[in-house]
Design a protein around this ligand. Structure first.
Ligand SMILES: [Zn+2]
Ligand SMILES: [Zn+2]
Length: 297
């Protein structure tokens, strides 16, 4: 391996729910074209630089799976790409991803398709995988890591806590998270990209997905300085309350463990602290960064 390898972990949202109501419409992208575009992007990433390494993780409403390198091979070893076997590797990626997606989609539970995707689980798996690769690095080798999330389904605020924990871990590990969403804007993905210095984009026209992917996500942060990037929009930093998992503008914060509640509660369900609900010193907080103090009984 070269002394400065760049490793991209692509997380693909494969939830069939998003595609089910688009079957009748021929004007926009279908699932097959979506998958083809992502494989084309992955091929372009491998062909772009001999030092590029690739991992693909798929997630649906109930499961996540490593699509490449082949999870059936020994402990997810990434095949070495050289100048002589580059094109052979592109063919191998196509074949492995296609077979694994087919197998993966057979395990999707049809009864739960209306729920969001397991993006959090996929990000956590990707971080564990990166951690293992860092641990196994030979002294003298240098590899930088990056995660790209391609999301189609809407956010589920139930994942808020775990997702934000994964994002903070990623920030600590110096792994930028890039986000590309085909649906409506995602508040969680925006926060993840902003906190880890990644690029967030809501694709205005899904038919141009490949162009957007090649423009923004092929390069790492050093090259991005030279690119004309999309203008940054204001990030929606609303947190989700711990009681109903709803995104809130104003809420109550536990002064002991910083858990957030949308309503006035007598005890904190996280740390079991009891509050004086009638105390005049009780105040509210807006946003995750504002911490109000609550009177402990
Ligand atoms: Zn609540
Ligand atoms: Zn608490």
């Amino acid at each position: 391996m070269s002394s400065s390898a760049k490793h991209l972990i692509v997380i693909i949202d494969l939830n069939p729910f998003y595609w089910s109501d688009k079957v009748s419409s021929s004007a926009t992208l279908n699932f097959k074209q979506y998958l083809k575009i992502i494989i084309q992007f992955c091929n372009a990433y491998i062909a772009f630089d001999i030092n590029h390494r690739l991992t693909i993780v798929g997630c649906s409403n109930n499961e996540t799976c490593f699509l490449y390198p082949d999870p059936t091979s020994e402990s997810l070893i990434i095949p070495t790409v050289t100048k002589t076997n580059l094109f052979e590797q592109l063919f191998v990626i196509d074949r492995i991803v296609e077979n694994n997606v087919k197998e993966f989609m057979q395990n999707v539970l049809p009864s739960q398709t209306s729920t969001g995707s397991m993006i959090t689980m996929a990000v956590t798996q990707a971080l564990c995988y990166i951690n293992r690769l860092i641990r196994d690095t030979v002294p003298g080798e240098k590899t930088s890591y990056r995660i790209l999330i391609i999301q189609t389904t809407a956010d589920t605020s139930k994942q808020y806590m775990n997702f934000m924990n994964a994002v903070f871990t990623s920030e600590k590990m110096n792994v930028p998270i890039d986000g590309c969403i085909l649906n409506n804007d995602s508040s969680l993905l925006q926060q993840a990209c902003d906190l880890t210095s990644g690029i967030y984009l809501r694709v205005p026209d899904p038919n141009g997905l490949l162009q957007y992917l090649l423009w923004l996500y092929l390069t790492d942060k050093d090259v991005r300085k030279m690119l004309a990037l999309p203008t940054k929009v204001a990030v929606d930093y609303r947190p989700a309350c711990f009681c109903h998992h709803k995104l809130i503008d104003t809420g109550y914060v536990c002064s002991v463990c910083l858990s957030i509640y949308c309503d006035n509660a007598a005890t904190c369900t996280t740390c079991r602290s009891a509050f004086d609900v009638n105390s005049s010193s009780m105040s509210t907080a807006s946003g995750a960064n504002d911490v109000s103090r609550r009177q402990l009984r």
